[in-house]
Design a protein around this ligand. Structure first.
Ligand code: GLP
Length: 244
């Protein structure tokens, strides 16, 4: 769906999340959200915080799994996704810390594989992701599934693409400071979510969105595998949709 601006898009996504969270709370069951970082979901997180503060929407029974984290990077680092999520969302909600999951960016190399396996298991133990929020990178990545990531990929350590590191250079005050790796849920992990909402704003995403949405699914544009998921919805503003 294409919206005149991202506020209108965000209200629709927040409505779907609110409906899920309230239904599950009424049934005494948790709602499981898959969350993303980057600038794209920030307006959505502001809207969820607003609904929590002004409308009493409680996140006490919500379980969250974030897509990814840079590696190596300490959780306290100003650019870590751990910190981003606390500042942009978790610190402003009533979600218990034990229900929040973000891939670890600070483990020794030889512990990563086991941690990735445990992350996949934790998602399964929670009952699977009900709603997955996604942005898209200019390389066509979802999470940090860079070109070359296949549809069956799972949570793992990946090497970041040059373009992705260049796009992150400003936040890290120079490309040399951007970590070379990341831990990310796989494309396969993402495709197991019951519903997927991909969000994108602005002209800079228009070309990669055309490739992801209109060209056949392939490893060079990992977001194109979302076409194989029957409950994916794409929320765009007019500039992002300008090449469709
Ligand atoms: C990073 C994140 C992605 C995100 C992308 C786009 O690479 N790992 O999940 O979709 O950036 O960022 P932005 O939303 O700031 O355009």
């Amino acid at each position: 769906a294409v919206f005149p601006d991202n506020q209108a898009a965000v209200r629709h996504v927040a409505d779907a999340i609110e409906t899920l969270v309230r239904e599950r709370a009424a049934a005494g069951q948790p709602a499981v959200l898959g969350l993303a970082t980057g600038s794209t979901p920030v307006p959505l997180y502001r809207e969820l915080i607003r609904r929590h503060r002004e409308e009493g929407l409680s996140f006490a029974h919500v379980i969250t799994f974030n897509l990814d984290e840079y590696y190596p990077l300490e959780p306290q680092h100003p650019e870590s996704y751990h910190r981003f999520m606390r500042e942009q969302l978790f610190d402003h909600l009533d979600i218990p810390a034990a229900q929040i999951h973000v891939p670890p960016g600070d483990l020794p190399r030889d512990e990563i594989h086991a941690a990735c396996t445990a992350y996949e298991q934790a998602i399964r133990d929670a009952g699977g992701v009900d709603i997955q929020i996604l942005g898209i990178g200019r390389t066509g990545h979802i999470g940090f599934n860079e070109p070359g990531s296949g549809p069956a990929s799972v949570t793992r350590l990946v090497t970041l693409d040059r373009l992705t590191r260049a796009d992150a250079a400003r936040d890290f005050r120079g490309e040399a400071n951007v970590p070379r790796y990341a831990i990310t849920m796989g494309v396969g992990t993402i495709l197991r979510a019951r519903r997927i909402f991909m969000l994108a704003w602005g002209r800079a995403k228009a070309d990669v969105l055309r490739q992801a949405i209109e060209e056949p699914p392939r490893d060079t544009v990992p977001a194109s595998y979302l076409q194989q998921h029957d409950a994916t919805e794409v929320f765009l503003d007019a500039p992002a949709a300008s090449e469709l």
